[in-house]
Design a protein around this ligand. Sequence first.
Ligand code: PLP
Length: 392
Amino acid sequence: MHEHEKHDQHGTDGFETRAIHAGQDPDPTSGAVVAPISVSTTFAQDAVGRHKGWEYARSGNPTRDALEACVASLEGGRWAHAFASGLAAEDAILRQLRPGDRIVLGNDAYGGTYRLIDKVYGPAGHPWTAVDLTDPGTLDRHWPEGTAVVWAETPTNPAMAIVDIAAVAEVAHRHGARLVVDNTFATPYLQQPLALGADVVVHSATKYLGGHSDVVGGCTVTDDPELAEGIGFVQNAAGAVPSPFDCFLVLRGLRTLAVRMDRHCDNARVVVELLAEHPAVERVLWPGLPEHPGADVAKRQMRDAGGMVSLVVRGGEEAAVRLVERTRLFTLAESLGAVESLIEHPARMTHASAAGSPLAVDPGLVRLSVGIEAAADLVADLRQALDSLDAR
Ligand code: PLP
């Protein structure tokens, strides 16, 4: 396990600079300015146990190290670990639980996170409770007995609720539990959970970090040496590691994260303006709207409101399903966070596994991942699809 010190030579550089340089100094042997894709599975040793820092590629390799150093720097943490998917990263965190430990999960979260906790960790002896984490006071007063970890998304997927990270961290710590924040929607550019008190950050790097819908990956970042040790152990012992090529793709994505996020946010703002005044739309869920219940907290803990937008259409599930089939530029597909705009129906798609659970999604809800195309084209596309619903 390599420690990525906060105050390495890029520690005081700005976010955009670290995205391009942290972990990515020119290769000392060739001078290559792009971190080479190191495909070797094994590394020569001068004597038994005497090597240059790498022995076997599952345990670590130079390309993965570069990615981990960059992600650690961007999240402002000491240790990052990269995984083959966001869910593999989540699994490595959950494997730190002791027998019988309870999990508190926010009552709105990615369906796959719910499935992992309910269908894998539940039967393995970990009770769990769904809690509205937008209300830390109630969590404090009704703290579920035996909780070792609170698992929060903010903004949540797909209801776009905002969780006050500092407040929930304070409650969790007072009860002797750790706080995990899934920072996939916000990215470290918009939100820094570790600085707000979270114990570990988890990402689906498949989304904004990669940013181009061409790599599945995940990562964790923490400042807690015990957690880092445990997660690093699972990374090697269970082996759900990303390939060097996958690491290269995520690292390549990170280099433009800041500019992409600015554009995602700007485009989302323009799309939200249309949705807010369109008669076919009942509600718009985006934390940048002043009337959003989490607007104040979002302003405090986020640089901007992000590129994910949800809406509830008039006419319920039937209208929602028609809408997602009528856009031209917004492609009907699962996933999010890439340069191209996507639209989906969570109740039947990404969150189908949560049907009938406390995390079930409103069937009238449609989720947009607003891309970085020309904003006017995105607005025109949504307008024609909404107009066609004939809900006036
Ligand atoms: N967390 C969030 C918020 C997600 O949206 C997803 C996937 O959609 C995941 C985690 C899981 O990541 P992956 O699909 O890379 O395993």
